[in-house]
Design a protein around this ligand. Structure first.
Ligand code: PLP
Length: 387
């Protein structure tokens, strides 16, 4: 089902209301969890718009409309995970097609590209995208997709979306932006020329570490038709209960993101001044190599921070990870609670060491997902762990 929608209100209002209406049968203000696989038809071909929940489900529909509205897009689709959403984009391609992708990207995306789609004869080029010329060098007549993650994971590089959209348009390729880290509160890639936005809803959109989900948003009817066809044909859809949880989480996205940004800034500044810390990667610093682009395309700098330690020893990084109390050692990010992770042995373990170190994922690199607790407690926790 096409979830076409445009909402002209501001972000916080959209987060709470876009795509959502009181339940027609009862007046319930919260979108009901339509926990059903099928829908009774009055006669053959006569139904209320729903036939089978893989194709569409009212709870999922509300969420798809809501996420599309947050991204200023016309069409949204939700999937069983972020990777299932990426899988859908890749299935829009054909054998022989080529993809140019960010080189320091989410480990699971890299694994999906390399171990699944390469087998189907799709060719991937992983490049640093700070320089558009490097991307242009890889273009061929077979280039059909440019895959951008910004800020990148875990090095917090910023890629100029507008510039990449110029490159993709010239090459007649699609531009898909993984907007998981920034969220629509901080950045809207469709407005900057992207064709598709991908989200791991698992992270900030859901926001409470209680579900795994993915989403795609586009404004192109042609892409939307493909997206819904693949969503229904491959069947990697999200469940009604999870759709409800995501809708509930998104209602506070603007409040949470503002606090993530505020806490992120405080923690990044604390780390910069600490004698055992070598480098802090956070796009809000004027010294960050892509700070100007971040300023241009983002409305804030978020709560994701990576840093490494003087001496670059694996044992030192592990000691910090084991000593924190408020930060929890875990994969994932974007929840209300602060998490700490070690990319080299956790999220990026599937990337060969040599590749890893080339992009800065050294042994002592530590990644923080700064939550929305009280910043003083977070700083105190890191201080005792580092000391
Ligand atoms: C987590 C994540 C994904 C994958 O999403 P899942 O919901 O875990 O499948 C993709 N991209 C980024 C940037 C992520 O953080």
């Amino acid at each position: 089902m096409a979830n076409q929608c445009i909402f002209k209100v501001k972000f916080g209002t959209k987060a709470i209301h876009a795509g959502i209406e009181a339940d027609k049968s009862t007046g319930a203000i919260m979108t009901p969890i339509y926990q059903t696989s099928t829908f009774v038809q009055e006669g053959i071909g006569k139904h209320k718009g729903y036939e089978y929940s893989r194709s569409s489900n009212p709870t999922r529909d509300a969420l798809e409309r809501n996420i599309a509205a947050l991204e200023n897009g016309r069409f949204g689709a939700c999937f069983g995970s972020g990777l299932a959403a990426i899988d859908c984009v890749l299935k829009m391609l054909s054998p022989g097609d080529e993809v140019i992708s960010t080189n320091d990207l989410y480990g699971g995306t890299f694994r999906l590209f390399k171990t699944i789609f390469e087998k189907y004869n799709i060719k991937f080029h992983f490049v640093g995208m700070s320089d558009a010329e490097v991307v242009k060098d890889k273009l061929t007549q077979n280039t059909k997709l440019i895959w951008v993650e910004t800020p990148t994971n875990p090095m917090m590089n910023i890629i100029d979306i507008e510039e990449m959209s110029k490159v993709s348009k010239e090459a007649n390729a699609l531009l898909c932006v993984d907007n998981t880290f920034a969220t629509p509160y901080l950045q809207n890639p469709l407005d900057l020329g992207a064709d598709i936005i991908m989200h791991s809803v698992t992270k900030y959109l859901g926001g409470h570490s209680d579900l795994v989900m993915g989403a795609l948003v586009t404004s192109s009817e042609e892409i939307a038709n493909e997206m819904y066809r693949i969503q229904n044909s491959s069947g990697a859809v999200t469940a009604p209960m999870d759709s409800f949880l995501a809708l509930r989480g998104i209602k506070t996205l603007h409040l949470r993101m503002q606090r993530h940004c505020d806490n992120g800034e405080k923690v990044a500044k604390f780390l910069t001044g600490h004698p055992k810390v070598k480098e802090v990667y956070w796009p809000g610093f004027e010294s960050h190599p892509n700070h100007d682009i971040a300023r241009k395309q983002m409305r804030g700098f978020g709560g994701m921070i990576s840093f490494n330690l003087l001496g670059d020893k694996l044992e030192d990084a592990h000691r910090v990870l084991n000593k924190v109390n408020v930060f929890a050692l875990a994969e994932s990010l974007g929840g209300v609670e602060s998490l700490i992770g070690h990319p080299a042995t956790m999220t990026h373990a599937s990337i060969p060491q040599e590749e890893r170190e080339k992009i800065g994922v050294v042994d002592s690199l530590i990644r923080l997902s700064v939550g929305i607790e009280d910043a003083d407690d977070l700083i105190e926790d890191l201080k005792q762990a580092l000391d």
